[in-house]
Design a protein around this ligand. Structure first.
Ligand SMILES: Cc1ncc(COP(=O)(O)O)c(C=O)c1O
Length: 642
């Protein structure tokens, strides 16, 4: 299997070419997402280029018919299996190309997406590749132990462990699981050996080393001396001595290191692999029979499609990643005259990011300009007349001057209002004039090359706000927490020129609940080109590549719960099969999370309604309707419903 082509042939329409250049879909789409002839966004199975793409608007319509409304988290199962196959295939070809004398064995870190649908798919598709799981907590270990992992698939136990965790892991070794208990700290040695002695099990141990190499990107803190996990060089030696003293050094089979997620630069990956190999050679020379070199996660996703060493991008492809690792390990081991180890990686993000997307409708738009002209009146205040006069000299050449004048006159009018020299009505007219002139300036700027930074910023600040039916905190927590960029695009109307620029705000009452950085074809922009909303038809946007980390990190801000989630499989004729539906949280469910009892809330409301009837505030016949409305809401979706 070759790597997915980053570009796919576009339908032969100039409008589509323009939309593609604007939103950069073929740049970031990675062979999974493309614009279709009808101007909708489509899903493409990268491995089946001849299959008819699946139209996302068709999926939305079909889900609506089934009563599954937006916001919806759409999971495309095919994309998960494709990535599992691809990562294994590309490691295999790197191994062949490099004449590497051992194998690759991947594991999926459960924390990246613990959803049962995801883990099931990974385990099912990973079986033929001996693809295993990495766990970092008791709950994740339990998930892994309930899976039908193949006998050779590794089950890597990282993270802080207590006696219960260790015991369970050791017992599962007897059940045939290929478990590795990775020692994270010297403290764990005593704990693990005590439990192993008690159970009479010779464990397969791993040792987590702390690489000194520091990487760039959002997760730099996971690397280097100050990283939280793993052992320093001195601690590694102490652990080796302790294992030797207790006669357990022969159990040390695996070396683990993890650089941090989303490493943008391939050179850093190579250098970290080099350092890990040095540790591997030295620990082996100390007498540990190491067989497995686990290089952790870090394989990045090119969210922006820029293909460069930046936080949300990568300067390497998956096949380069595989080749660089295999080559580095081969070279280091050959130089040390040591056998080649089994290479393990724990790629999470890269396996699942592309498989999920959030689809939501826009509820309304707030505009910071207006096409409605405002006419001067002889009685208008001088400042307002001056403001309205701007239109007489507004031109591409003088647009900056007009902008400065507009700002000045608006501030003057506001100052006059504060000092009681103009009325609210006069100021309102000035504000309307400002909106109208903003509109004129924005249209002029759209056609002007190389605008001025200050003005561009000002115009961005005057962009529309499109209010989306989703919660950033629930569905896109990394956008809020670490400024993660996910590609976003309208799902339809891409044969029409988008005439507005907007930032996206969510449905929570929090000013942080907004998206104001967008991946576009020519880089990252503070606004998204969007289409004018229409009264008769919903406008849908999609946030792509959200399959890694987002689902369980999300929280209940404003009590917006889990969205509806559907898992689909793409069919060759462009249709899809609905594999699984998980209804989003109801209001009652989220209320129980914060310890309310929905029944008691209904009873409380009933008592209030009853009192209103008693006091004559409402008619008895209104009682039922009010109680039913309360019950409907409590049993309904937490998001906006039509
Ligand atoms: C130990 C370990 N392995 C693997 C991963 C997954 O990393 P990624 O999603 O970059 O592949 C992580 C995440 O940070 C991790 O902590």
């Amino acid at each position: 299997m070759s790597e997915a082509q980053n570009t796919v042939a576009l339908p032969p329409y100039p409008e589509i070419e323009k939309a593609d250049a604007l939103y950069g879909v073929s740049r970031w789409g990675g062979g999974f997402i493309r614009i279709l002839e009808n101007g909708h966004i489509g899903l493409v199975h990268p491995d089946r280029p001849d299959a008819v793409p699946t139209d996302l608007m068709h999926i939305i319509d079909s889900l609506n018919e089934r009563g599954i409304t937006a916001p919806v988290l759409l999971r495309v199962a095919d994309f998960i299996s494709y990535r599992i196959d691809q990562i294994n295939a590309l490691f295999s070809s790197a191994i062949e190309e490099q004449g590497y004398k051992n194998r690759y064995q991947g594991v999926f870190p459960v924390k990246v997406n613990q959803q049962a649908q995801v883990i099931d798919r990974i385990v099912a598709y990973g079986r033929s590749h001996d693809f295993g799981l990495e766990v970092g907590s008791k709950a994740e270990l339990l998930i892994a132990l309930a899976q039908d992992l193949g006998p050779r698939a590794a089950l890597i136990c990282n993270g802080v462990k207590d006696a219960e965790f260790v015991r369970l892991a050791l017992m599962s070794q007897r059940l045939g699981f290929n478990v590795f208990l990775v020692l994270e700290s010297p403290r764990e040695v005593e704990l693990v050996l005590r439990e192993a002695d008690a159970l009479g099990v010779r464990p397969q141990l791993g040792i987590r080393i702390k690489l000194t190499h520091e990487v760039s990107g959002n997760w730099a803190a996971s690397s280097g001396d100050r990283s939280t996990f793993g052992m320093s060089i001195a601690q590694v030696m102490d652990v080796i001595d302790a294992l030797r003293a207790r006669n357990y050094l022969d159990c040390l089979k695996l070396q683990h290191s993890h650089l941090g997620s989303q490493v943008p630069n391939i050179i850093e990956i190579r250098m970290a692999a080099q350092e890990a190999c040095r540790f591997f050679v030295e620990i082996s020379r100390e007498g540990a029979p190491l067989e497995f070199l686990d290089l952790g996660g870090g394989l990045g996703v090119d969210y922006t499609g820029e293909h460069r060493a930046a936080e949300n991008s990568t300067n390497y492809t998956l096949s380069e990643y595989c080749l660089n690792i295999v080559e580095t390990v081969r070279y280091a081991m050959d130089e040390a005259e040591m056998p080649h180890p089994v290479i393990i990686t724990e790629s999470g993000r890269s396996c699942v990011a592309q498989s999920s997307m959030l689809l939501f409708n826009v509820l309304e738009a707030t505009r910071y300009d207006s096409p409605e002209p405002v006419w001067a009146h002889p009685d208008d205040h001088m400042i307002l007349k001056n403001m309205l006069n701007i239109e007489s000299y507004l031109s591409a050449e003088r647009v900056h001057e007009c902008w400065n004048d507009l700002v000045f006159y608006r501030n003057e009018m506001r100052a006059l209002l504060k000092s009681g020299q103009v009325s609210l009505r006069e100021t309102a007219k000035a504000e309307r004039a400002h909106l109208y002139l903003m509109n004129r300036i924005k249209s002029l700027l759209a056609g002007v090359e190389g605008g001025n930074d200050e003005m561009e910023l000002a115009v961005q600040q005057a962009a529309d706000i499109y209010h989306g039916n989703f919660s950033l905190f629930q569905s896109l927590p990394d956008v809020w927490a670490i400024d993660q960029l996910h590609p976003i695009a309208p799902l339809h109307r891409l044969r029409e020129k988008p005439t507005r620029r907007a930032v996206i705000s969510d449905i929570t009452c929090d000013s942080d609940g907004k998206i104001d950085r967008f991946v576009l074809g020519d880089g990252v922009s503070k606004t998204l080109p969007v289409h004018e909303l229409e009264a008769t038809c919903d406008y849908y946007l999609g946030v792509f590549f959200i399959g890694a980390y987002q689902e369980t990190l999300g929280d209940l801000h404003n009590l917006f719960g889990d969205t509806n989630v559907v898992t689909v499989e793409l069919q060759d004729d462009g249709r899809f099969e609905l594999m699984h539906e998980q209804e989003g949280d109801t209001v009652a469910e989220v209320l129980t999370y914060v310890e309310y009892e929905p029944r008691r809330l209904v009873d409380g409301f009933k008592a209030i309604v009853e009192r209103a009837v008693h006091e004559g505030a409402i008619a008895p016949r209104d009682r039922r309707e009010m109680i039913d409305a309360f019950k409907d809401s409590i049993n309904g979706y937490t998001y906006f419903e039509h």
